[in-house]
Every structure is written in C-alpha cells, then in structure tokens.
Design a protein around this ligand. Sequence first.
Ligand code: M6P
Ligand code: ZN
Length: 209
Amino acid sequence: MTPHFAALLPLPEPEENTLPVAESALPLGVAIDPLTGAVEPHSGRYTKKLSELREIYRDKAAFDRLLAKGDAIAYEVVEYRPPNSDVTFGTTTMYPGDIGGECYMTRGHFHVRRDMGEVYYTQSGEGLLLLESRDGESRTVEMKPGVCAYIPPDWGHRSINTGSEPLVFVWVCNPAAGHDYGDILSRGMRKIVMKTDGAPDVIDNPAHP
Ligand code: M6P
Ligand code: ZN
C-alpha cells in the first residue's frame, strides 16, 4: 500500500477523552433509540456542557448571558467500540438552541488520520453538516431522517442543530481516525450557521482569518 503523504506530518497530541472499548468482540445487535440517541449496549459516553464550548461561539456576551441561566448539556455522544476492530459507531444527540442567533453546534474536527472518513446517518431532528476541505472549500449536507451523510477523508466537519427538536444521528468511523480539534478551534470554520427569523442561513464567518 502506498503510504498516505500525511503520515509524514507531525500528529497532534492524543485526545485525553478516548472512550473505553467493549468487553466482547463477538457479533451482536445494538439497539439505538432514534429519538433519544440511547445506545444499548454501549461501551462509553460523554456529555458536552455549554460551559465547555465558549470558544466556539462568536457572541461571547450572548454566551455568558445564557450560561448565567444554567449550564445545560449541549450534546451527548454514546459509543459502541468493539475491541480490535476497524469500525466503531455510536450516536450524537444535539439539543436545540442558539447563541446570539448562531445555532448550537459540535466543536468540529478533522481526523488525525487524514486517510479516514466517516458517515453520519440522521435519525431524528434537522440540521446541517458543515464540511471544509484543507484547501478551503466549504460544503453543507442537510441532516434529516433518512439521509446518510458521507464525510470524505481530510474534510473538517461540524454538525449543527438548525431545528427546534434534538438532532440525533448515528456515526460510523474507524476508531483509529482520532479527533484533531486544533485548526477549527483556533480559526473557526469559514462558514457559520445563523438563525434569522427562525430559518437557518449559512453565511461567511467574518472572524475567519
Ligand atoms: C460525531 C462524531 C464523534 C464526535 C462528535 C462530536 O458524533 O464525529 O466522533 O466526537 O460528533 O463532535 P466534536 O468531537 O467535533 O465535538
Ligand atoms: Zn469525525
């Protein structure tokens, strides 16, 4: 196999929150609740609270006003990660809301492994998957029940809840893919999703360098 060119680049530090693996490597059916994102059995889970996400939103004053009312869970990730496998999967459940008009979103990341993509299959709710290539091309894919979004290798991706209900989607990727948050955390993405009069608009991010 030809080694991918990116294998020569320095890799980011490993994540501190790698989730545990399941005990069994045997075949099984995993039950997924399309409305709540519950995954049974699951091997790991985490929640992201609003207070952990201040950096990603533009309007810090609106953010602080909202946070003062309570530190709500913004999204949750539940995973079934089999041991010694090239696939892992789980759900992400994103609660609805906006901060100064900017719709609730995930942190957004590239994969550490630049040769590994991902798939998001929406179960309920509505949203947008915002993607950005390394050379600056932006794309969006609508997230709605029945649509399976393909994330090609080396495209940064962030999901955004544009609706008024939880957005629940199943994701599948290689557990070796890893999350590289650096670029998106420091520069933001080229596009942002704002709600104006209740409808989501994808606009240029004025703060992007
Ligand atoms: C998806 C997957 C997960 C990711 C989660 C939250 O469910 O891609 O691997 O962790 O979204 O996104 P982020 O890590 O960018 O906050
Ligand atoms: Zn990913």
